[in-house]
Design a protein around this ligand. Structure first.
Ligand code: ADP
Length: 534
């Protein structure tokens, strides 16, 4: 029969080891381990060292020792090395080392017992327990501490593994969360398990709203044919042959914006080749598609709009140059006038293309000066008047209309474009009015150009300022143009800190208004003027 106190000691040990294995937080586990060891052995202080990657040991927790004194006990573990064989890690002269250390720390510690924390052949640390009185640690003490150390080693090792696992988990999460691409992970039931920040930003759907729901409910991408990508293209439905799968679809954000998303699926399989999860990398390819579209439009604009005047010029020049023909003066003048007109048109369209590409490349700068928009308008009307016999012009600016800080050439271009369109898109003629207005309080000037032409349907009104946009009607088809004029108008006006809009109804004429600040806000110039490169 074991004596009573030993029995109690055993029970206590069992209790402690249960408590220790339940703890996964390393710091609090080490604290509990030390507290228990000191208590079991009736010690006054204790210290735990843990192994570093290089095999050396360093203190991780202590009890009953002033914090600043802990490093002074370094002689105790200085020569210990986990990479050495067990028998070489001798603690023979430990009493001497304790005497040195406690003297350095100014403490009276007379006895020490040290036990390795072992996992198999590996030593992961040491527990040191100190007594202030002279009674040496007995064999029973050694025995108790050794079985305690065994339990403690397992608990510490588990906590270390858990800590490493948590750190790895946090690292992976941080990588996924901070990835520039959208990342979605779905389980074999197509339930969303991960939805990172980039994807939340891209789709406008928050992580909270996405997690735990099936992908066809949340990111219901549809192909151009209207087929749901999650229903048909997901690797769980259609296993990929080469391990990866690519699918593209459209997604409508809550703010109404339609974006084009590309999904790269990577299915993860277990040992039985069953898909356990699918990682989807989601990328916004809207700009890519837009650029493609733009390239196509540009090519067709160049082929249609630039080729037409060139062939007219070539035709007239060829005819006029024929040696067998004897043209009279009037025919010659008429032919040359057509050539000049077409060359002008060509010049204008090339300029528009150049200006648009300059905008794209960001090489667009304003040359600012104070200018009189009324005078700019009168000059533009004078020039354009000569191109039409069907229209009459009314220009009206109030006397107090102020000078505006702006780029003369760009604003002349804006006004010429608006009046030119008013002429082009009112083929029956009519009155074209250009009015100026001044809002003294808001320090804003307005300039409106109104015509009595074909007008613009409401659905087209929001698009006429888009690059290359032309309303699809018979007149527009017959009228030369690149769809760049109003785009440039909007960008130039924006660059001046202003805005432009249209009010119109089909068949009832159109009113284009530009609003400009009288003097540009310097702060605005420094920041926003860079943004026009869109
Ligand atoms: P373009 O005149 O070269 O086609 P713009 O960018 O100047 O290009 O105009 C875009 C489209 O807006 C035109 O194709 C035309 O359909 C429409 N539009 C512009 N101005 C008017 C107007 N005053 N009245 C009716 N439609 C207009």
């Amino acid at each position: 029969m074991l004596p009573d106190f030993r029995l109690r000691q055993r029970e206590y040990l069992l209790e402690i080891s249960r408590a220790m294995t339940a703890r996964l937080d390393l710091a609090s586990l080490l604290e509990l381990t030390l507290q228990s060891a000191v208590e079991i052995l009736s010690g006054q202080a204790g210290l735990i060292t843990l192994r570093h990657e290089d095999g050396k040991f360093a203190p991780f927790a202590s009890i009953g020792l002033p914090r600043q004194a802990v490093p002074l006990f370094e002689p105790l573990w200085r020569d210990l090395d986990a990479n050495k064989k067990k028998e070489e890690n001798s603690l023979n002269d430990i009493a001497l080392r304790l005497a040195l250390a406690s003297r350095a720390a100014g403490m009276v510690l007379r006895q020490v017992v040290a036990l390795p924390l072992e996992i198999g052949e590996d030593i992961i640390g040491y527990i040191f327990i100190f007594r202030t009185y002279g009674v040496a640690f007995s064999d029973n003490d050694q025995h108790v501490l050794s079985s305690f150390a065994h339990q403690a080693a397992i608990a510490v090792h588990n906590a270390q593994l858990y800590q490493a696992l948590s750190a790895e988990h946090a690292r992976l999460n941080a990588i996924i969360e901070n990835s520039g691409d959208g990342v979605m992970i779905i389980n074999p039931y197509r339930i969303i398990q991960t939805w990172n920040r980039a994807l939340a930003n891209l789709t406008g759907i928050s992580t909270d709203d996405a997690l735990g729901r099936p992908c066809y409910e949340v990111l219901n991408l549809r192909t151009n044919q209207g087929v749901s990508v999650c229903h048909t293209q997901c690797p769980l439905i259609r296993p990929p042959v080469d391990g990866r799968l690519f699918a593209e679809g459209m997604h409508q954000r809550a703010d109404g914006m339609l974006i084009s998303l590309a999904n790269h699926y990577s299915p993860q399989k277990n040992d039985d080749s069953k898909i356990t999860q699918v990682i989807a990398n989601v990328r916004d390819v809207t700009h890519f598609h837009e650029a493609e579209q733009l390239k196509q439009t540009l090519l067709s604009v160049i082929s249609h709009e630039l080729k037409t005047p060139v062939s007219i010029i070539k035709g007239y020049a060829g005819t006029l140059a024929r040696e067998d023909a004897n043209w009279d003066k009037a025919t010659l003048a008429e032919g040359l006038a057509v050539i000049e007109e077409e060359a002008d048109r060509l010049d204008k369209q090339i300029n528009n293309l150049l200006e648009a590409s300059r905008l794209q490349a960001g090489g667009f700068k304003l040359r600012l000066g104070y200018l009189d928009l009324a005078q700019v308008t009168r000059l533009a009307v004078q020039n354009l008047h000569a191109t039409t016999t069907k229209h009459t012009f009314e220009v009206d600016f109030p006397l107090d209309y102020p000078a505006v800080l702006g780029d003369y050439e760009r604003l002349r271009e804006v006004i010429t474009n608006l009046i030119g369109n008013a002429i082009k898109y009112s083929p029956e003629g009519g009155i074209i009015k250009v009015n100026g207005q001044y809002d003294r309080h808001k320090k804003l000037v307005y300039l409106t150009v109104s015509d009595q032409g074909i007008g613009i349907a409401p659905t087209d009104q929001e698009h006429v300022f888009d690059r290359f946009y032309r309303v699809d009607n018979r007149l527009a088809r017959q009228t030369p143009g690149t769809g760049l004029g109003l785009f440039l108008v909007r960008e130039m006006v924006k660059a001046h800190g202003g805005r432009v809009w249209v009010e119109s109804a089909s068949g009832k004429g159109s009113v284009f208004t530009i609003e400009l600040p009288v003097g540009l806000d310097e702060q605005w110039l420094l920041t926003d003027s860079k943004k026009i490169t869109n």
